[in-house]
Design a protein around this ligand. Sequence first.
Ligand SMILES: CC(C)(COP(=O)(O)OP(=O)(O)OC[C@H]1O[C@@H](n2cnc3c(N)ncnc32)[C@H](O)[C@@H]1OP(=O)(O)O)[C@@H](O)C(=O)NCCC(=O)NCCS
Length: 141
Amino acid sequence: MKIVKVTKENLEYGRQSIELFFDKKTFNQDFLDLPNNVMYVALDETMVIGMVYGYEFDRPDGKEKQLFIYSIDVLKDYRKKHVATKLLEHILKPLETGYYRDAFVITNHTNDAAMNLYRKAGATQVTPRDDQDILFVWKNK
Ligand SMILES: CC(C)(COP(=O)(O)OP(=O)(O)OC[C@H]1O[C@@H](n2cnc3c(N)ncnc32)[C@H](O)[C@@H]1OP(=O)(O)O)[C@@H](O)C(=O)NCCC(=O)NCCS
């Protein structure tokens, strides 16, 4: 398994992701025109088995950016093999260099897989436990 960033040079991976995880046929290439949109796929050979995407935000008070992870999905047959963990490692890498000030994701408290995934990937839960929507945050070190 390997993780690859989706770019205009490997659009096929974007297309596969759209069919697998969005049930649509057409990848919106405009997504890749903006450098603040980021998408990574997990591959088994050349087949997409997982995908994560998000948005980088600029801040008015400094150069560091913030990342909002919008969606992460792994094909059913490939779950519980740390594919999502690897995808997160890649999309969160810029935290280590300080390029991102922090990164965040929202999930529902009933989504055990996502709750465990984010906890084990080192995120801090910053909303009260009894909220339905849970915000997880990673801070740069
Ligand atoms: C959430 C999801 C992306 C996790 O993908 P994954 O590749 O199976 O996750 P990982 O194998 O990296 O698991 C990370 C940790 O979460 C735990 N976990 C994964 N699936 C779990 C489940 N169904 N129930 C409880 N814990 C789970 C794992 O045990 C693992 O911990 P470990 O290191 O002790 O093994 C996957 O279940 C999925 O695609 N779900 C549908 C889409 C979704 O809900 N996305 C999140 C939206 S916020």
